[in-house]
Design a protein around this ligand. Sequence first.
Ligand SMILES: CC(C)(COP(=O)(O)OP(=O)(O)OC[C@H]1O[C@@H](n2cnc3c(N)ncnc32)[C@H](O)[C@@H]1OP(=O)(O)O)[C@@H](O)C(=O)NCCC(=O)NCCS
Length: 159
Amino acid sequence: MEIREADASDFGEIRRFMELVDHEFFPPLSARSGGIPGRISSCLAGTDSNYLIAELNGTMVGALGYLENRNGIGEAYTSFLAVSPNHRGQDIARKLDAVLTQKLQDAGISSINVTTWSTNPGAYEMYRKLGYSCTQTLKDHRDVGVDTIIFRKNIGPGD
Ligand SMILES: CC(C)(COP(=O)(O)OP(=O)(O)OC[C@H]1O[C@@H](n2cnc3c(N)ncnc32)[C@H](O)[C@@H]1OP(=O)(O)O)[C@@H](O)C(=O)NCCC(=O)NCCS
């Protein structure tokens, strides 16, 4: 498997991949502001945001969207992470996170933040296993009974 940075020519392939997993997000990515195309365009266009793409034999099997320096305070933000349903449990999310962590450490970034939601226990179990800790729970933030959960991993030199 290879992990590489995306470029503008990956737009269609990222879109196809996000549409494949859209229903697993709450709310679905397609129902959020800008929809899937807007989300991808703004991430690809940003000077400090992009996608890491995991490929097997040239096919996208995982992707991680990131913003390197949110609010200019040395904190990164993971805006999207998914692995193709047929390729889960093979450490692909772990490898994407490891590549991101190394890249951000090299850039002097001190932490990575990510949000998930309370009806997605697999994701928050994964973030714990990848070294993230829960920093905040926003009760009923996404819907009645669906909390937003904020995770952070400190990646500075002393961590
Ligand atoms: C969550 C997701 C990205 C995990 O991808 P993956 O490639 O299967 O994860 P990995 O194989 O790299 O697993 C990394 C660690 O997390 C754990 N993990 C992953 N998915 C898990 C799950 N559903 N339940 C419990 N633990 C899980 C693994 O066991 C592994 O830990 P271990 O090595 O100690 O056993 C994938 O299931 C997915 O795309 N889900 C739908 C989209 C989603 O929910 N994205 C996150 C939204 S914030």
